[in-house]
Ligand binder design. Structure first.
Ligand SMILES: [Zn+2]
Ligand SMILES: [Zn+2]
Length: 263
């Protein structure tokens, strides 16, 4: 099996703990064949990640490691952009000359407020519906390849509000997934949810099944690891889950063009 990790953070992300080189070495040890770095990026000064990454040195580090790992590991250069539906023009401008392989679009903040804070004073239904509405806006108008961790809010809300009831947000989730399919973008299975208190992947099985039943095809898998130890973590579980839901392919990207790999 061609194992790929398409959601990885290094020290180019404000919260990343390992260098690209250490992560690549660990990936090879774990039998991973392809890795896509997806460093945090934002053009909004109030978002914590703003101004952290230096895109030139990031590119240089990627190129160096591509040479070092030539025959052992395929390395791709990507970004995970916070709320890419906001500041669309500015993002286009800043990323215009970047040769990126892959872009994840993620909702990490709502109205410039971190999700952990956003849920305060809200009930379960309002919190989750509000979150999914923001993801819908992202799906509608951003220049991305896939939506990151589609039901991420459960990581922050689980202990205080519990998990969401799928049927209470199914209408918005369906709208998100239809938009994803219409726009020829995709979603991911992000295994980091498995390691959080909620102990299930992002997104849940119900979302994956709905995506499949609507005709969704494009999907990537990623660990969302922030340290070398966790690169590739639980990817086999994600593949099992995909097969269980009826998916037959996962996708990799080259200069933002998807390519299907049979699972
Ligand atoms: Zn994220
Ligand atoms: Zn991430």
């Amino acid at each position: 099996m061609y194992i790929m990790d398409y959601h990885v953070h290094s020290t180019n992300s404000f919260d990343g703990k390992s260098k690209i080189n250490d992560i690549c070495r660990r990936a090879v040890q774990k039998g991973i064949k392809e890795i896509c770095f997806t460093e945090h990026f934002s053009v909004d000064p109030v978002i914590p990640t703003y101004g952290y990454i230096n895109l030139d040195s990031y590119s240089k580090e990627i190129e160096e490691n591509k040479n070092l790992f030539k025959d052992k590991l395929v390395i791709k250069k990507g970004l995970e952009i916070c709320e890419p539906h906001l500041n669309y023009e500015k993002l286009q401008e800043e990323l215009n000359n970047q040769e990126l392989d892959f872009i994840i679009g993620s909702v990490h903040n709502i109205n410039k407020t971190k999700l952990r804070k956003y849920i305060q004073g809200k009930n379960n239904k309002d919190a989750y519906r509000g979150f999914f509405k923001e993801v819908y806006l992202l799906a509608c108008s951003s220049n991305i390849d896939i939506i990151g961790h589609l039901d991420l809010l459960k990581r922050y809300a689980y202990n205080d509000l519990g998990n969401y009831k799928f049927l209470e947000s199914a209408d918005i989730i369906e709208a998100i997934l239809k938009k994803v399919i219409e726009r020829n973008i995709g979603i991911e299975i992000n295994t980091s949810g498995f390691r959080s208190d909620v102990k299930e992947m992002f997104p849940s099985v119900d979302v994956l099944k709905m995506y499949k039943s609507l005709g969704g095809e494009i999907i990537t898998i990623g660990s969302d690891s922030h340290s070398a130890e966790l690169v590739g973590e639980d990817l086999n579980n994600a593949l099992d889950l995909l097969k269980y839901c009826g998916f037959r392919y996962i996708f990799k990207y080259n200069r933002r063009k998807p390519e299907a790999i049979k699972i």
